[in-house]
Design a protein around this ligand. Structure first.
Ligand code: BG6
Length: 369
């Protein structure tokens, strides 16, 4: 079943280009995003949405946090992202022009299911992003966008995560078209960026050998920090979650801008810090800020592992290791930046002799509250 791979996770990491391509298939016609499942709502309903609440748990919640940036920028609708179990128990304000989007690979996570039921009863419209045909959460939702990533067996989510972001980007572009918040030309540019992602993810996978070597000499590491900014921030948190889940190492993801407000106190000589560096071209305003964050923590002895765009020369003098990702527009960098973090956590788990597919204390799908 593993098709020659040493673990399901290794197989699923490698399947990510196909998983994203499968999620896009049938939803882009002549450069236009039309998600057939969303047409059930009627364009007037989608045009009248005033607020979007995304609910999910774990890695799926980080997919939601990542997509918030694109949905707000393209569709111009405010987005809140909430953990399902927090949402449901705090009397959230739900109106009939609220759209609740749940994200769940399994479609069976009890916390998310109960949150969807709550939202529906409160009058919200509900869409689920799900990888499992006919699962309970899609059956309880008004509409479903299936991710078509194929079965995901490893407990730690990889191909489902990138497919969830792809599905959410399709949703955002469909919404932007219906609402007229992007011009035809802008829609075409973003759609082309999305269609280019599977090949770029395939290129990023070529970094696997060097990441394995990096992981192999970090087996004694006690703590790892992850810094990111803008869409790199949720990816930093996802990278930290992967390391906790798979290698049982204390890991935290931070917003790079928050460093000076607290986390910099954690930096001591030798502390490994992954930094997701925004593109110097696409994010010209943020790139120098993150490079200066790198200098600040390097001066305090941090060991910097930078994930940076190919050709980004500014990080080279300050990084101990640079992992290169292909060029992409800023909102599309998460698809690429997350891949080295998945591989790092997987390889560190393997190097420590742990069960990468079945980490201790975790289940693939949590069907109790
Ligand atoms: C956790 C899994 O228990 O549930 C995570 O370990 C997953 O990998 C999370 O992201 C949410 O699961 P689902 O199926 O709702 O996406």
């Amino acid at each position: 079943e593993k098709g020659g791979w040493s673990s399901f996770m290794a197989k699923e990491v490698s399947e990510q280009p196909d998983a994203i391509a499968n999620t896009l298939r049938g939803r882009i016609t002549d450069g236009h995003v039309v998600v057939p499942e969303l047409t059930e709502f009627g364009d007037d309903v989608l045009a009248g949405i005033r607020r979007i609440v995304i609910i999910a748990c774990g890695t799926a919640a980080y997919a939601g946090q990542t997509a918030k940036y694109a949905i707000e920028k393209w569709a111009g609708v405010p987005v809140d992202v909430e953990l399902s179990h927090e949402f449901r128990y705090r009397d959230p304000v739900i109106t009939d022009d609220t759209l609740v989007v749940s994200i769940s690979q399994s479609g069976e996570t009890m916390d998310t299911l109960m949150a969807v039921k709550y939202a529906r009863e409160a009058g919200a419209k509900t869409i689920s992003i799900c990888n499992t045909q006919g699962a309970t959460i899609p059956r309880e939702s008004d509409a479903v966008i299936y991710t078509h990533a194929g079965p995901e067996v490893a407990v730690a989510s990889t191909k489902a995560f990138v497919s969830q972001i792809a599905a959410l980007y399709l949703f955002a572009l469909h919404l932007a078209r219906v609402r007229g918040s992007l011009t035809e030309a802008e829609l075409a540019v973003q759609t082309a960026e999305l269609q280019a992602i599977p090949d770029k993810v395939a290129t990023t996978l070529l970094e696997a050998d060097s990441i394995r070597q990096l992981a192999q000499w970090m087996t004694d590491t006690r703590a790892v920090l992850f810094l990111g900014r803008h869409v790199g921030f949720p990816i930093a948190m996802e990278g930290a979650l992967k390391l906790k889940e798979l290698a049982y190492i204390h890991a935290e993801g931070f917003a790079a801008g928050e460093l000076k407000h607290g986390p910099i106190a954690l930096i001591e000589p030798g502390q490994p810090v992954f930094v997701i560096v925004p593109s110097p071209r696409g994010s010209a305003h943020l790139h120098p800020k993150v490079v200066s964050n790198i200098q600040e923590i390097r001066a305090r002895g941090a060991r910097i592992i930078a994930i940076a765009e190919i050709g980004d020369a500014a990080v080279l003098p300050f990084a101990d290791t640079v992992i290169h990702i292909p060029l992409a527009a800023p909102l599309f960098e998460p698809f690429l930046a997350v891949v080295p973090l998945q591989i790092f956590a997987m390889e560190l788990s393997i190097a420590k002799g742990l069960d990468v597919d079945q980490p201790r204390n975790l289940a693939k799908s949590v069907t109790v509250e």
